[in-house]
Structures are given as C-alpha cells and as structure tokens.
Design a protein around this ligand. Structure first.
Ligand code: AMP
Length: 339
C-alpha cells in the first residue's frame, strides 16, 4: 500500500454507523436521523452501514443484502445527502477488519467479556462466536480508521465508545501519538419518542405490538390508524407533564414535526378534546413522513442509483482508510508493501 499524502480535514470528522436492520421508525427519525442530516454542513460526515457487524449474530444472507440496500435508501430518503456525506458499506472499505485486528492485540480479553451488550446478547444464544465478543473492537476500528472526533451514540453504545477511547490511548502510548480520542456526540435537540401503546416505553421496532410504532415507510392511512388509536391519559386536557405520558408523547411528536413549542401547542388545543388533537398529530406526522416515503419508494427501485452512492462513498472512505492504515502499519513495525 502506498503512503498517501496527509490530508487535513477542514471540518471536524463525525462517524455515524448503523446496522442494516429493517425499517426505521418515527423515533429513529425524530430522535436521531434528522439531527445527523443537520450536521452535514458543519462536519465532515462519514456514514457507514455496518454489514460486518450484522453477521455477529445469526442472519439470512439474502435478507442482509436487501436490508443493506433498503437501509441506504431509507437514510438518503431521510436527508443524508450523498453529495455532502460519505455514505458507504463497511465491507466495501479495506481497513476496518485490518485495524480491528491490530487494536485487538492491545485489548485485554476481560474488558471484552465485561461489555454489557456482549453479556446480554450472549445470554440469549446457545453458543457464542468470537465475532460477537470482538464486536466492540471492530467498532473501535470503524471510528479510529477515520480519526473521528465525534460519534453520535445511543446510551447502549456508550461503553463501546469508551473502549474505542481506551484503545486509541493505548495505541498512542505504545507506538506514538496517532489517534484523536473520539467524543460522544449528544445533540441538544432530538426527541425521545415513546411507544404509542405504552408511553412509558421507548418506541422500538422490536415491540411485539406493531400498533406502537410508526415506520417512516408507513402509508398515510396506517399512520392515521396508529395515531388515532394511541393510548391517551385520563381526563381530557391536552397538556404535557405529570400524569400525562400519552398526551406528552403526542405533543412531543407534534412539536418535533411542526417546529412549534409545547406551550404554543397546549394553548392551541386548550378546551378541545383528544379527538381533534390526535387528528392534528396524525396529519403532522403524515406531512413529515410522506416526502420521506415517496423518496424511499423511488430509490429502492433504482439499484443503479444506490450502487452509485455506495461507490462514491467507498472511494472517499477508502482513501482515508488507506492513509490511516499505512501510518498504523508502519508504527506497528510491518514492512512497507513492495510497490
Ligand atoms: P436503534 O434503532 O436502537 O439502532 O437506534 C438508532 C438511533 O435512533 C439511535 O441514535 C437511538 O438513540 C435513536 N432512537 C431509537 N429509538 C428511539 C426513540 N424511540 N426515540 C428517540 N430516538 C430513538
């Protein structure tokens, strides 16, 4: 591999990774993806669909392939812009697994065995493969390969980000300063959206009651049905707060979809019943998601367009990855690859 001249990014680098697992829901959109889209002007954004992570649990190959295309189409439909961000599939870029190997040689086994997510997933399986244990090391490599300064992570991934910081520090200490220490990116805006059927639980795709979850690809009539049958609270007052988890959730959704404040919305619906209020929420969600769905429907049929996005994303990602890998290999003591 040839050394490529050092490139100085002008904007801070953000890496976001998503597993290609099925459909995105309203919580993903309002709580995360909308914000990732807003970051594209201020950061150099790498966005990886991490298909190599997806095989750490049992999977069906044909489904993984379809989900990877679908995942790309959904994120683009939600506003991730391939002309401003680098959207790539992890398996298209040489370097993730190579760096993971090197980082793994600095990582105590016990630290991996203590990872909460590993313990949770391992408990649910009859036998545990090494890939599942190694998952956080691969995630550390995903981040460090691009020298990402910030990484948007949910609570369940914070421990993995800590490991990435530990491994970066270890590498820097053992071989000399190489990696920046990545910081978690927690956005000030972004709403936590709760289940429509149990407003004390987060909206989730794994909810067995599918009436709880609005998907970004749901048609208007499905959205209307789900919102109109959402659980509300005793009384008929439309206000957020104590004793009103159902109404608070619907107000949060309406506020996120319209950009209006909760107090402004409370004033509008003062004296009106839940029926009018829910209708307004349903129409606002439809107005927000309809353009997303239409864009998705178009994109998912256009395999060539999706391939072209993967190609251009992987080209940029690969250049950065080679640059990091060349530096790392040299510091570790591997001989230079003959030209
Ligand atoms: P997941 O679907 O758990 O892989 O999460 C993907 C992203 O969406 C993460 O940044 C989560 O924090 C965010 N997210 C997932 N569910 C919700 C929700 N119900 N409300 C807000 N954000 C969510």
């Amino acid at each position: 591999m040839s050394e490529i001249a050092e490139k100085k990014p002008t904007k801070p680098v953000v890496l976001t990774c998503a597993q290609p697992t099925g459909r995105l829901h309203l919580g993903n959109y309002l709580g995360a993806v909308l914000n990732w889209g807003r970051m594209q002007d201020d950061y150099e954004c790498y966005f990886g669909i991490v298909d190599q992570h997806a095989i750490t649990v049992r999977h069906v190959p044909a489904e993984l392939r379809e989900n990877t295309y679908s995942c790309l189409a959904q994120y683009v439909a939600c506003g991730l812009d391939p002309t401003r961000s680098h959207l790539f599939a992890q398996s298209h870029v040489i370097g993730h697994t190579e760096l993971a190997w090197i980082l793994g040689c600095l990582c105590p086994l016990g630290q991996l065995e203590r990872m909460t997510q590993f313990k949770d997933k391992a408990r649910k399986q009859e036998s545990v493969d090494a890939g599942l244990l190694y998952y956080p090391v691969l995630m550390a490599a995903d981040i460090l390969l691009y020298n990402a300064e910030c990484v948007p992570v949910g609570d369940d991934q914070k421990q993995h980000l800590e490991l990435a910081r530990d491994l970066a520090e270890k590498f820097n200490h053992r071989y000399s300063e190489t990696f920046k220490l990545p910081e978690p990116f927690t956005s000030k805006v972004g709403s936590r959206i709760m289940s429509l059927q149990d407003p004390l639980a987060k909206m989730s795709k794994s909810d067995p009651n599918q009436a709880s979850t609005v998907y970004i690809t749901d048609r208007p009539e499905e959205i209307r049905k789900k919102i109109m049958s959402a659980v509300t609270d005793s009384g008929s007052e439309v206000r957020a707060g104590e004793g009103k988890p159902g109404v608070t959730n619907l107000l949060t959704i309406l506020s996120a979809c319209t950009g209006r404040s909760l107090s402004n919305l409370e004033a509008e619906f003062s004296g009106k019943g839940y029926g009018d209020f829910k209708k307004a929420v349903a129409e606002a969600v439809i107005a927000t998601l309809d353009p997303v769905r239409l864009r998705y429907d178009e994109l998912i049929k256009d395999r060539d367009a999706l391939q072209a996005i993967f190609k251009s994303g992987a080209e940029v990602a690969q250049k950065t990855a080679y640059r990091t890998l060349a530096k790392v290999n040299r510091k570790v003591g591997f001989v230079e690859r003959p030209r």
